[in-house]
Design a protein around this ligand. Structure first.
Ligand SMILES: NC(=O)c1ccc[n+]([C@@H]2O[C@H](COP(=O)([O-])OP(=O)(O)OC[C@H]3O[C@@H](n4cnc5c(N)ncnc54)[C@H](O)[C@@H]3O)[C@@H](O)[C@H]2O)c1
Length: 369
């Protein structure tokens, strides 16, 4: 059996008090590796030495393999697999440096891909060029009620999928999970264009990244399926977190006010059929996500959480912001390098006021965004 020495970049401080200023996601990644016989945690790096030392202590990592500098760690500890759990502004930098410095089989990086569209592309291209498997922690593809909804759609419960509408709180921090899952259900195809508008009047930053207060956008995948997203005040667009419309019916995932996890209404049936699907702790979805990434290294199959699929949804996120900046439809491939929302804040085109009170107001669950 192949074994994988696993290293971690960005350990975090305290997994017991998760919020938008720090979930210590590396602890959740480490718990996942501990369930896989082939994986052995061997090294960790954090620019805050106490964080790395506490993490090493907790996971039985030798003190000689605790680093402040992740590049030095990759060179010296020579891991086979890397978990990247730093803030999004340095995801691409860490991934590209680690690919250059090490001899890695795979990297599992936290979402969102990177703070810029250029960074997202560069990390994917570096991984492809050097034959390193790169996956992103869009673990909601493994969330049980979401899997049940996807299986219904794939088995034809509502006919051929024509449209997916969704209402995440924002496009980037949380929305990356929603857009990723929508993309999976729509067949993991790239979009051809997007048109959207955003509002950003009160500053809202998660993990050091601006997130709009409200967005509304329409796009089309190259399969012909349409996507619609409404964030913030427009969250009542559809009475569910996701509404999937097909040629023969409609399926709602997380429908409002029903107590059910999903419901569907076929055109040839009267009324809704509701279903409850037993969920589990979100960290178990992470365990499945990481197990799938390791298995794909073994089989050589393209992982469902791979960079190609992540780029498809990330292009839509940056595309909506770019559409707002350009005041028009954006045709893909997206030909920018930056983060349009950050650029508009920096240029003064958007003037978000500092929030009143708790900076994490509006984040209503402890589950990772
Ligand atoms: N998948 C999910 O559901 C989910 C949930 C929460 C957070 N996240 C994502 O996880 C990532 C990390 O978030 P977190 O909550 O674990 O953050 P955190 O603050 O708890 O941990 C990040 C750690 O990175 C360290 N760090 C920063 N720069 C570094 C560098 N150059 N080298 C080494 N270490 C460095 C920090 O010191 C900190 O200890 C973010 O991208 C966030 O969006 C994902």
């Amino acid at each position: 059996m192949t074994t994988y020495d696993v290293a971690f970049v960005g350990t975090g401080a305290d997994p017991e008090s998760p919020d938008a200023s720090g979930f210590a996601m590396a602890y959740h990644h480490a718990a996942a590796y501990e369930t896989i016989d082939a994986c052995e945690p061997v090294a960790c790096a954090d620019i805050v030495p106490e964080n790395a030392a506490a993490f090493a202590d907790h996971h039985g990592i030798d003190g000689a393999h605790v680093y402040e500098d992740y590049a030095e760690m990759v060179r010296e500890a020579d891991p086979d697999f890397l978990s990247v759990c730093v803030p999004p502004a340095i995801h691409a930098q860490v991934v590209v440096d680690a690919i250059r410095e090490g001899d890695l089989a795979g990297i599992h990086c936290e979402k969102p891909m990177d703070l810029t569209w250029g960074g997202a592309r560069r990390m994917a291209e570096a991984a492809w060029r050097h034959d390193v498997q790169l996956t992103f922690n869009h673990q909601r593809r493994f969330k049980r009620p979401w899997v049940a909804a996807r299986e219904h759609i794939e088995s034809g419960t509502i006919g051929d999928l024509e449209r997916v509408e969704m209402t995440p709180p924002n496009l980037y921090d949380w929305g990356t999970h929603a857009l990723d899952f929508a993309g999976q259900v729509a067949g993991d195809r790239p979009a051809e264009w997007v048109i959207g508008q955003i509002d950003y009047r009160e500053e809202q930053q998660y993990f050091g990244a601006h997130n709009e207060n409200q967005a509304y956008a329409l796009w089309q995948y190259d399969s012909g399926v349409e996507g619609v997203v409404s964030t913030g005040k427009g969250g009542s667009l559809v009475p569910a977190f996701f509404r999937f419309t097909g040629s023969e019916g409609v399926l709602d995932l997380e429908p409002e006010g029903t107590g059910a996890d999903l419901r569907y209404r076929r055109d040839d049936e009267a009324g809704w059929t509701e279903e409850s699907v037993e969920d589990r702790d979100w960290t178990e979805d992470i365990a499945d996500a990481i197990a799938d990434a390791i298995e794909c290294i073994e089989t050589g199959e393209e992982p469902t959480l791979g960079a190609r699929n992540a780029l498809n949804s990330t292009e839509i996120i940056f595309g909506v912001w770019e559409s707002s900046r350009r005041h028009g439809r954006v045709d893909f491939p997206l030909d920018i390098d930056d983060n349009p929302l950050h650029a508009m804040v920096e240029s003064g085109d958007l003037t978000a006021e500092p929030p009143e009170g708790d900076e994490n107001a509006g984040r209503d669950d402890e589950e990772g965004g």
